[in-house]
Every structure is written in C-alpha cells, then in structure tokens.
Design a protein around this ligand. Structure first.
Ligand code: KIV
Length: 284
C-alpha cells in the first residue's frame, strides 16, 4: 500500500464546506521535513509543480514531469498525518483529452496517496474537471495567472484587469459548476477576487488575490525566504532562512579552513565503549 496523507485528513468536501467561514490555510511542500513542519498548521498541503523552479532550478514549471511529481508527492505524504495533500498535474499530463487526464490523475493519487489533484485552466478545462469528478477524482482548479500557460499569457502578468475580468469570472464559474471543490485565484486584482468569491459556490484560495478570498496559499520557499531568485509582490517573507543558511555555510567554511571544526565534542576517542552503555551513549 502506498503511503497516504489522507488518514485523518480533511476531505475535499470539508474544504468545500469552509466556503465563507474560517479562512483555509495552505502552503506548498516538496519534501518530508517541510511537510512535517506544516502538518499541524495547514488545512491542505499542495505538492506544487513550482517544485521545478524552487528545488530543481528550472526557468518555469513547464519542464516538470509526472515522475518528479510522484517522487515529491511520496516524500510529502510521509510527512503528513493531519493535513490533506493535493498534488499538481504537470504541464502536458491532462490537456490532451479527458481520458489522458483521468489516467494521469489516477496515477498521481494511486502512487502518492494524495486526496485530490490540481489542474490549471477555466472554461476550456471544465469538461475535464467534470469527467474526473464523476469518476472519483476530487479536483482543485486554478485560474487567473496559470504558470503553465506563461507562453500564451505573455509572462507572469496580473490577470483579469479591465475587460478581462468578465472572462476570469466565467472561468471561475465554469470550474465551480464542473464540480471543482475549490479554486486557486492567482495574481488577480483584489476587487475582482472579492467579486468571484462572492459569486461562486466553492472556496477561493488566493495567491496574489487579496485578503477577501476564502483561503490563502503561498509557495513555502518564498515565504521562508529560501527562494530568492526573484520575489513576486504578493509574497510576504515570514522568515529569511536563505540568509541564515548562507551565513551558517560561511561560518562552517571558515571553521573548516581554520581547523576549529570539528572540535573535540564532534570527534571520537580510542576508548572501547562499555558494553552496558545504552545505544545513545554508544553513538557518542
Ligand atoms: O505550483 C504551485 O506552487 C502552485 C501554487 C502557486 C498555487 O500552483
């Protein structure tokens, strides 16, 4: 049996029931230790395809594969006991046909234990969402700035300004009516996000969409200050772990060069350990 993140986790229907209530908290995770750190604090954890940029140094999410998502999904599942795990469908794994989407969504859930998949797109993906939901696959939708489409969106621009607001509203309505249990709104004006949140029946999860959404998500490495290649306006750094890591690495390098690390307490003597010593003592 594969590792499962869903034992005591909220179900998609629990997330749906939070519409208009206490804000839904979510972050991305790609590894077991980080999933463990957020398990008590998040309602759901997204294994985002942002992993390609954040951990693999890719220039966009377009190069992320099914195998990468499965490997990171399995790692995250090992770190979760409480939060629901949602996993991104990577670029090229669902757009071709509803059958292709089902095959790959089922594989992601079967091999990682995720409780739901996320896919990008609005009106054009609504039939696929309905197909998946009717066959037992809970779907989180993602509209507004959809990073897998940066080549047709003209880059990482704010979406839905001016006349484009109507199309974005139609996208959100279409995915809600298709049966998605919530929808990520990325990089859209706050007033539009507020209108979408008021008009659709499913929770909106904002990232760069203002405080009026039903929930929020951020990329973990952005909010921890670990990913510093660039910082979107919507990112708040709640810590600067990248700076801390760099100074720790510089200290380590200096101590190795000065032969002050390792010190005596990090080193082993010649004495044979006492046989009655506990396992912990033997390790010393
Ligand atoms: O891949 C990702 O991390 C995402 C979030 C930004 C919503 O899709």
């Amino acid at each position: 049996m594969s590792a499962t993140a869903s034992k005591k986790a909220p179900l998609p229907e629990d997330i749906l029931a939070r519409k208009g209530k206490e804000p839904i908290v979510s972050l991305t995770a790609y590894t077991t230790p980080m999933a463990q750190l957020m398990d008590d604090h998040c309602d759901f954890v997204l294994v985002g395809d942002s992993v390609g940029m954040v951990l693999h140094g890719m220039p966009s999410t377009l190069g992320v594969t099914m195998d990468m998502m499965i490997m990171h999904g399995q790692a995250v599942a090992r770190g979760l006991n409480r939060a629901m795990m949602v996993i991104d469908m990577p670029f090229g794994s669902y757009e071709e046909s509803r059958e292709q989407a089902f095959r790959n969504a089922a594989r992601l859930m079967r091999e990682t234990g995720a409780g739901a998949v996320k896919l990008e797109g609005g009106v054009e993906m609504a039939p696929t969402i309905a197909f998946l939901v009717a066959r037992g696959i809970p779907v989180m939708a993602h509209v507004g700035l959809t990073p897998q489409s940066i080549n047709t969106l003209g880059g990482y621009k704010v979406q839905g300004r001016g006349e484009a607001g109507d199309a974005l509203m139609a996208d959100a309505q279409a995915v809600a009516e298709a049966g998605a249990f919530c929808v990520v709104l990325e990089k859209v004006p706050t007033s539009l996000a507020d209108r979408v949140t008021a008009d659709i029946a499913i929770p909106t999860i904002g990232i760069g969409a203002g405080a009026g959404c039903d929930g929020q998500i951020l990329v973990l490495d952005d909010m921890l200050g670990l990913f510093t290649a660039f910082k979107a306006k919507f990112v708040k750094r709640f810590a600067n772990l990248g700076d801390d890591a760099q100074s720790a690495i510089a200290d380590y390098a200096a101590e190795v060069r000065a032969r002050s690390f390792p010190a005596a307490e990090h080193s082993f003597g010649d004495a044979v350990p006492d046989k009655s010593a506990t396992k912990t003592e033997e390790k010393k």
